[in-house]
Design a binder for this molecule. Structure first.
Ligand SMILES: NC(=O)c1ccc[n+]([C@@H]2O[C@H](COP(=O)([O-])OP(=O)(O)OC[C@H]3O[C@@H](n4cnc5c(N)ncnc54)[C@H](OP(=O)(O)O)[C@@H]3O)[C@@H](O)[C@H]2O)c1
Length: 268
């Protein structure tokens, strides 16, 4: 995998983060990764890190075997029409990170059959702790495994049915914002109780990390861990019940469903 020539088409937030993550995780070397975008001036710093930069998608595709698509949904159709003549179904694998675009929609823009993997990471990919859900079309088990191995180096992966990709986008990609809003709210509570903002944020963020780690490392269940910290007549159960009276769980579930309804109706 480290020897594979990779092109990342769309060197924006996600594309740049994936490029840097691949090198950090030693899954590739910078000189084997070409990053394309139209305004290269904005990623000049990546050249100093050893990445190849280009505005020529077709020649970059021809020189690569793995093609990561990281443009905005509205930019995809034009891009696929542009690179389609350079794609070779026997040589290339297309990996799309693009929200809301199905593998069928991608292949409908291509002149020939090319293995496609759809991957939905989140922005924690920049620090190697993404939750990435993926599905595929016309890819062999080995090709899907190779892409899974790659994203495993950038966090945790789950192969899912394509019909669940929108739900995965809400839970994992939008989920970053949902958890951060909780941490911000907890920080504001901590400030009101006397901590300065920096201390309150550290306490809230490390506590959130600890709570998640209890589930991930011990195969535990949230209610088991909650029971451990809710002393009868204690302060934790008083706070937790008040949060529930104010609709905490209901607000979170409704927010997730609203995001899902929105993503299902986004115009491309
Ligand atoms: N951010 C997330 O949490 C997240 C998570 C999962 C998936 N995604 C998906 O990832 C994709 C990228 O998101 P982002 O936040 O990284 O967006 P972004 O920062 O806007 O990056 C898109 C990049 O594509 C480049 N681009 C546009 N047309 C191009 C073309 N024809 N050839 C080469 N490059 C082109 C743009 O640069 P120029 O204008 O200079 O060409 C821009 O740098 C989106 O589809 C998004 O839905 C995002």
């Amino acid at each position: 995998m480290a020897q594979q020539k990779i092109v990342i088409i769309g060197g924006g937030n996600l594309g740049s983060a994936i490029a840097q993550g691949l090198v950090k995780a030693k899954l590739s070397i910078a000189s084997n990764i070409t990053i394309t975008r139209r305004n290269l001036g904005k990623i000049e710093h990546l050249k100093k890190e050893g990445f190849k930069l280009s505005s020529d998608n077709n020649s970059s595709v021809k020189a690569a075997t793995l093609i990561l698509l990281c443009v905005q949904p509205k930019q995809l159709a034009g891009l696929l029409t542009e690179i389609s003549p350079s794609l070779d179904g026997k040589k290339h694998i297309l990996v799309s990170t693009i929200t809301g675009i199905t593998t069928d929609e991608i292949s409908s823009h291509l002149q020939k059959k090319v293995p496609i993997v759809r991957a939905m990471p989140n922005t924690a990919i920049a620090i190697g702790t993404s939750m990435t859900c993926m599905c595929s079309k016309d890819a062999s088990e080995k090709q899907l495994k190779d892409i899974k191995d790659l994203f495993d180096g950038l966090g945790t992966t789950l192969i899912i049915e394509e019909r669940l990709m929108k739900a995965a986008t809400v839970l994992a990609a939008s989920g970053i914002a949902f958890f951060l809003r909780y941490i911000r709210a907890a920080t504001q509570g901590g400030i009101q109780l006397g901590f300065d903002a920096e201390e309150a944020q550290l306490i809230a963020a490390q506590t959130a990390k600890g709570a998640a780690s209890l589930l991930l490392t011990q195969d535990s269940h949230p209610e088991i861990e909650i029971d451990k910290v809710t002393t009868p007549e204690g302060c934790t159960i008083a706070g937790l019940n008040e949060m529930e009276h104010q609709g905490l769980s209901s607000a979170l579930i409704k927010g997730i469903i609203s995001s899902y309804e929105k993503i299902s109706n986004i115009k491309k």
